[in-house]
Design a protein around this ligand. Structure first.
Ligand code: NDP
Length: 282
């Protein structure tokens, strides 16, 4: 399914790749939806480029099944650096169990970075008004909104611990304590008149607009704890969701996003940025 041509609008006209990366992600990092696509590439690059003390909690629905195979292979290439955690973000019990498992492993260090990446887009393309029903709306909201909401809520104490462990005077950053919600340019209400005709996607767009509000609420809620919360648009990326016509590889998208993440500070909390660091209006 083709995600949307709208994403090409955010590519540089000369097709430049993101600049070379000086990416120094550290500490305990949790990523959801890492069986394939952008999530798998996030784990790959984080494992390659983060410091020796970094540990990645790669969450996926089916760690032992066929869906988890690529992740298991990746984990085997980085002994001791990646823990695979079973997590279905649409299932509250699964979230509780995953949070408990992570809590046991991280101990007093807490969690430095949570990337809410897992999401679905239903019904299948072109996802027009006529082909969309209540079930699609509810399923998409369960995964794309309720999932990140509950997971972040339950991980909040671990994020607080990580933020507190930082030396006094240090500001907000993705190395200290942060939540990154993977959103999309299609969530932008201001840009809807430009993007609607290319991709109607009622459930997906409304769910990501809700995710943006969640980002703003969490940013305000967690500001006193020094936990940064931002939303990021990965570009239009060649994945199962993005489709074969998407211009960006997962490699370039993630390279850009991790570069952006490494530069975030308190002024970015509660904002939506793209993979090149450009601000996107709500
Ligand atoms: P894919 O469809 O390729 O991968 C989605 C991932 O999310 C898979 O690992 C999938 O796991 C996982 N997932 C889905 N539902 C659940 C669930 N209930 N619990 C746990 N994991 C789940 O998508 P992309 O990699 O393209 O997208 C990643 C993120 O980027 C999403 O948030 C998406 O909205 C966003 N995005 C993508 C764009 C693109 O062009 N590709 C553009 C803009 C935003 P499983 O294998 O088990 O199904």
């Amino acid at each position: 399914t083709h995600y949307s041509r709208a994403h090409t609008q955010l590519l540089q006209p000369d097709g430049n790749r993101p600049a070379a990366v000086n990416m120094s992600m550290e500490g305990n990092i949790l990523v959801t939806g890492t069986s394939r696509g952008i999530g798998l590439e996030l784990v790959r690059q984080l494992a390659q480029k983060s410091g020796g003390g970094a540990h990645i909690y790669a969450c996926c629905r089916e760690p032992e099944g066929a869906g988890g195979q690529a992740l298991r292979q990746l984990s085997a290439q980085h002994p001791g650096k990646i823990s695979i955690i079973k997590l279905d973000v649409a299932d509250e019990q699964s979230i509780s169990a995953a949070v408990e498992a992570v809590k046991q492993k991280v101990g007093a260090s807490g969690l430095n970075l949570l990337i809410n990446n897992a999401a679905i887009n239903k019904p299948a393309s072109p996802a027009s008004l006529l082909s969309t029903g209540k079930k699609d709306m509810m399923e998409v909201f369960e995964t794309n909104v309720a999932g990140p909401f509950l997971l972040t809520k339950m991980l909040h104490p671990l994020l607080q611990s990580a933020a507190k462990n930082c030396s006094a005077g240090e500001g907000m950053s993705c190395r200290r304590s942060a939540v990154i919600n993977v959103s999309t340019v299609l969530s932008s209400i201001q840009k809807c008149p430009e993007t609607f005709a290319m991709a109607q996607m009622y459930p997906y767009r409304t769910s990501k607009a809700a995710l943006n509000m969640l980002t703003c609420c969490q940013a305000e809620n967690f500001r006193a704890d020094n936990i940064l919360v931002a939303a990021v648009h990965p570009g239009w990326v060649r994945t199962d969701m993005g489709g074969e016509q998407a211009p960006l590889t997962t490699e370039d998208s993630v390279l850009g996003m991790l570069q952006v993440l490494s530069t975030l500070s308190s002024k970015h909390s509660g904002k939506l940025l793209d993979w090149e660091g450009n601000s996107i209006p709500w």
